[in-house]
Design a binder for this molecule. Structure first.
Ligand code: SAJ
Length: 407
C-alpha cells in the first residue's frame, strides 16, 4: 500500500494516478474538510481530466484519511514555501509530515519526498528527524527524492508522459521506487543520488524563470524604443538554437516564482543572474501599472474606476491564484491608495477574493471602458469580439483587435 501525504495540487493527482493503475492507495491530509470533500467523491480543484481520473481511482479503491498509515511506501507532497526575509526554504510542513510518518512506519519502509526542496534539504532537515526517531537510515528506513514535473493545466497527461528523476541513497532502492512510478509513468525515469535530484528540480524551474526574465527585459527595451517585441521573439525563435519564452505581466504560481529563491537564499554570493531574473520578473506588475497610466493618457481616459482587469489567476485555464501578478498589481495599487477602484473578473475564480470582483463577463464589460488582459483564459480567446468597443491593453499577446495596446 502507498500512503500519500499532502493532497494538494501534486499529491492528489499523484494519488489518483497510482490508484487508477492498480495500486492500493490511502491519501492523508491534516485538513479534515478537504478529506471529507474527497471522501464524498469531489476533487478539490479544477484541472483537465482530473474528475475522470478521480472516478477511476475510486473504482480502484482509493481512500482518504487524516491518519497516517502503517505501510512500506510513503510519498510526501506537502508545500515547501520560502521564508520571505531569508529567501531560504521553510521546511516546517515537510518536517512535521516526516515526524508523523516516523510515528507509524515499520522498519524497512521507503520514504519518498516529492515536494520541491532546496539542494541539501534532505541532509539538513530530514536525516536528523529520522535518526532522532531511532531509525538507521539505509537499514530501517530508506530515503528517496522524486520531484514532480507536471504543469498545472496539463497535469494528468504530464503525470503519465513526462520523464522523471528519482534520487536515492541506495541505487537498488531507487530502482524499486522507479518500478512503483513505472506503473503509470511512461516517460524515462532516471535514477540518481538525492542531492543531484534536489538540485536538478530547482535548476529546471530556474531555467524557465531566467528565460521569461529575458523576454520581459526585451519587452521593456522594445517598449522604450517603439519596437515590436513579439515579432522580434517570433523571428528570433526561427533560429534552430533559440527558444525565447513570452513576456507577460509577471511570473506567478507556486513553483517558478519560488524555487529560484532557494538558490539565491543558499548561495547569495554566487546566484547573481538568478537574483537578477527574479527581480526583473517581480518588477513586471509595476511595469504593467505604468503602462496602464500611459495608455489611459494616450486614450484620454481619466477615471481609473472604469478600468477592468481580466484575470486573477497566475496563468490561463487554472483556478490557482498563488503569487498571481494581478493580485500583486492590486496590492501595489492599494499601497498607492488607488486599490479598490478597478474592476476585476476571472471566470475561473468563483470565490470573492478582491473588491469590485465580477462573476459575469458581460456585466463586467458593461461597467468598464478599458480592459487590461492579464490572463489568457480560453473563454476570452473565444469571445474576443466582445472587447471591440473597449480600450484594450493586452499583456499576453492574445488580442488582435485594431488599436490594441501591448506591454
Ligand atoms: N509565464 C510567462 N511567460 C511564458 C511562460 C510562463 O510569463 O512564456 C508565466 C505564467 O503566466 C505564470 C508563470 O510564468 O505566471 C509560471 O507558469 P508556467 O506555465 O511557466 O509554470 P508553472 O509554475 O505552472 O509550472 C512549472 C513547470 N516548470 C517548468 O516548466 C520548468 C512545471 O513543469 C513544474 O512541474 C512546476 O512548475 C512545478 O511544480 O515545479
Amino acid at each position: 500500500m502507498i500512503n500519500i501525504i499532502g493532497l494538494g495540487y501534486i499529491g492528489l493527482p499523484t494519488a489518483l494516478m497510482f490508484a487508477s493503475h492498480g495500486c492500493e492507495v490511502v491519501g492523508t491530509d491534516y485538513n479534515h474538510e478537504l478529506v471529507a470533500t474527497l471522501n464524498a467523491g469531489h476533487a478539490t480543484f479544477e484541472e483537465k481530466g482530473l474528475d475522470e481520473l478521480f472516478e477511476k481511482a475510486l473504482a480502484g479503491g482509493i481512500r482518504f484519511s487524516t491518519e497516517y498509515q502503517k505501510t512500506d511506501l510513503y510519498i510526501i507532497a506537502v508545500p515547501t514555501p520560502y521564508d520571505n526575509d531569508s529567501k531560504k526554504i521553510d521546511p516546517s510542513y515537510m518536517v512535521s509530515a516526516v515526524k508523523s510518518v516516523m510515528e507509524v512506519c515499520p522498519k524497512g519502509a521507503v520514504l519518498v519526498i516529492e515536494s520541491t526542496i532546496s539542494p541539501g534539504t534532505i541532509d539538513k532537515f530530514v536525516r536528523p528527524v529520522v535518526t532522532e526517531a531511532g531509525f538507521t537510515i539505509g537499514e530501517d528506513l530508506h530515503l528517496v527524492h522524486a520531484p514532480e514535473r507536471i504543469i498545472p493545466g496539463n497535469m494528468v497527461y504530464e503525470l503519465e508522459y513526462n520523464s522523471r528523476t528519482i534520487g536515492a541513497d541506495d541505487p537498488a532502492v531507487g530502482e524499486k521506487v522507479k518500478e512503483a512510478y513505472a506503473t503509470f509513468c511512461k516517460g524515462e525515469i532516471v535514477v540518481t543520488d538525492i542531492r543531484t535530484a534536489e538540485m536538478t528540480k530547482v535548476v529546471e524551474n530556474t531555467f524557465r524563470d531566467i528565460n521569461i526574465a529575458f523576454a520581459n527585459e526585451l519587452a521593456k527595451i522594445c517598449r522604450s524604443d517603439n519596437m515590436d517585441v513579439y515579432e522580434i521573439i517570433r523571428i528570433a525563435n526561427k533560429h534552430p538554437r533559440v527558444n525565447i519564452l513570452s513576456p507577460g505581466p509577471g511570473v506567478g504560481g507556486h513553483c517558478i516564482s519560488v524555487d529560484p529563491w532557494f538558490l539565491v537564499g543558499d548561495y547569495p554570493m554566487l546566484a547573481k543572474l538568478i537574483l537578477c531574473a527574479r527581480t526583473t520578473n517581480d518588477s513586471m506588475p509595476d511595469f504593467v501599472l505604468e503602462r496602464i497610466r500611459t495608455v489611459m493618457k494616450e486614450e484620454g481616459l481619466t477615471d481609473l474606476t472604469r478600468v477592468g482587469f481580466y484575470g486573477l489567476t497566475y496563468k490561463e485555464n487554472v483556478d490557482d491564484v498563488r503569487e498571481s501578478p494581478t493580485l500583486q498589481m492590486l496590492e501595489s495599487m492599494e499601497r498607492h491608495l488607488a486599490g479598490g477602484l478597478v474592476k476585476v473578473y476571472d471566470p475561473w475564480v468563483k470565490r470573492d477574493l478582491v473588491p469590485n470582483q465580477y462573476h459575469n463577463f458581460d456585466a463586467f464589460l458593461n461597467d468598464v471602458d478599458m480592459v487590461v488582459i492579464l490572463v489568457g483564459h480560453s473563454e476570452l480567446r473565444e469571445h474576443m469580439e466582445k472587447l471591440q468597443d473597449k480600450v484594450v491593453l493586452d499583456t499576453r499577446h492574445i488580442c488582435f483587435l485594431p488599436g490594441t495596446h501591448r506591454l
